[in-house]
Ligand binder design. Sequence first.
Ligand SMILES: Cc1ncc(COP(=O)(O)O)c(C=O)c1O
Length: 435
Amino acid sequence: MSSEVLWPFIPSPNPTSIAGAQGAYLHMSDGRKVLDAAGGAIVTNIGHGRKDVAAAMAAAAENCTYAVPPWLTPEREALLQELTEHWLPDHLPCVHLSSGGSESNEAAIKIATQFQAAMGRPEKQIVLARSLSYHGTTIQMAGVSGHQSRKRGLESLINEVPRIDTPYPLRCPLGPHHPDATEYYLKNLEDTIESIGAENIAALIAEPLNGSSAGAITPPEGYWPRAQEILRRHEILLIMDEVMTGFGRTGERFGSELYGLEPDLLVAGKGMAGGYAAISGTYGRKEIADVIGNAGFNIMFHTFGALPLSCAASTKVLQILREEDMLSRVKTMGSQLFDALNEKLGQHPNVAEIRGEGLLLGIELVKDRETLEKFDEDERVTERVVGKAMEEGVFFYPGGTGVARDIICIGAPFIIGEAEVDLMVNALDKALAQL
Ligand SMILES: Cc1ncc(COP(=O)(O)O)c(C=O)c1O
């Protein structure tokens, strides 16, 4: 590559280059094979290099290069049929497509605000978010995200939003995994709503379980259904950000189904096309669309939302997930991996917790597992562990928000087998030895 070009924008001290990727493996430019236990950025759900997906994309590119997003094309119709027949919860038939999670979350926030205005509640404008969270990288979504390290230097630009505590059973202020954790976090939600005034709040945006922001933290028993009741009572919409958890990553179609939730708006991207194309969706209740439509409000599209080629890629990926019964595989391999990690590393002096659902797992590392004292940020523990594991032939995803640390995330493709489970456990074991 020309020495004039700098890539990425701020060059990395450890430049990484891959020649290609197949199945669950990255083929490094230096000839090594590395297991992609992160699925890229927790995206490549069906694995790399499927020729049937590439063929579907090529056919779409030949058939219809581009059409404005609101029009139907055969590729869009096929995707809408796949989504409504097999994936979307029955109460969410309305679909708006964008190119990535940040755009789709912004669309959800706009839709929620327009809905409240159209309902004659224009003062309901505040979007509540959670203390540890990630919803995207546009200026608006960076403000909504509870992700400190991704906002540094942007403070003057960003509008922060009010936050509730992300339920974090391990670090519940009442004590680790305290039996009253659910009550504690529900009270925090009620108190926050009361202090802001429900009449000012349009929606809560939240991940059903955290993605990489805080490493697959799952809520305490019974939290979500009761939180949803509280929101409904106050006419606050629930936006579930399933950009990372959607389309099978947890073993269910959507993470919200793990908790019996019925979000008003659901956002899902990443695995929607398994990395083959840039596509992401905002899905909503019919009443919401009717109310906004009747008020004469417009939901503007992005030029590349619903690109026919992306729709074709997504349709094929979603069909593969179904026809090859990959969600069952997520459950089986996820629990095998969880058990194997626990067996080998569950008692490691620097492992505070191994958690998650399906093939979205997080391993929280601490200086002292008794007190849960964290390593200093300057020690860059996550970075060092991920770097060492890479040398051992496995790419894990670095998690955490700066405040929440040090967290190693696993978001492996759904096609992994026992050999890959062994590889991950052994690589992580070796990488932790340096601590
Ligand atoms: C939960 C969640 N929401 C939103 C996003 C942002 O999506 P994108 O990077 O496609 O804009 C991400 C990306 O990691 C995510 O994990």
